[in-house]
Ligand binder design. Sequence first.
Ligand SMILES: [Zn+2]
Length: 314
Amino acid sequence: MIRPILALTLITALVGCGGGKPSSNLQSMSRGAAAMAVPVSGVVSSKSAKQLFGNEHSASAQRAEPFGSYAKGCAAGNVQLPETGATWQAMRLSRNRNWGQPTTIDFIQDLSRKAAQHPGWAGLYVGDISQPKGGPMLTGHASHQIGLDADIWMLPPTTLSRSRAEREDISSISMQRAKGAYVNSDWTRAHHEIIKAAASDPRVARIFIFPGAKVQMCNDEKGERSWLGKVRPWYGHHFHFHVRLACPPGASGCVNQTPPPAGDGCADAQSWVNNILNPPPAKPRDPDAPKPKPKRELTLNDLPGQCSGVLASR
Ligand SMILES: [Zn+2]
């Protein structure tokens, strides 16, 4: 299953390939060997990790397991979300980011079935999940590296028969008004219910969404509120919401984020909104402060050791 890394440098030179066939098997938990570190030459280990992972077109033939943390890691045994299902379509297929850990793909399909119960929603349009082997990407996203993050479009799908070309061209819609302090008139109760269903799922650790939407849901929720704690206000995230799953049970190489603080987090979201509406004065710059270090690009060396084995396995 695991070939020497020598082949790797040749393979990363290949481009093209695209979406490919849906792997459709969710049995990868039992498929292949467990991932382990393979020896890597100094040249490869110092190579840009996004170049290595961004040019991989298929998953590793290993037991599914995320390695590392959401913004510094990789994913063994990812599976592909089929491009179209009864209640979903994967968007922007040219990016080849409709891959994730089996638990993520299951979760998305489950959530899409719940979404399809709402009037005007044929299901879900699914944005970026991960690359076939996870890892850093050539464009966009600091996270989405271990196959446990997924972006769900805010645009209610009216049809699930969009062509590949349409899925490149159409855009989601923004839900925000006043720079994210409020939702706009496209926000519906169905958005609330779908995000509530996602946040109530025990597989989910966090959901990122713009502050105005969180406050709206805080105000509208008259029942059970504990799910609101997982809904975290964050920058951007008005064309899609971002679902982050917790490390699956037994995934010892996967690093969970610290759980969100107890409570519904509504006061915190309100203070984000207040800061948008009345921005605090900018702090004066300290002329003696050291210049912030430019962020160094991740290399294979920065990722967990198992990621070399993930790259080499096919
Ligand atoms: Zn995202």
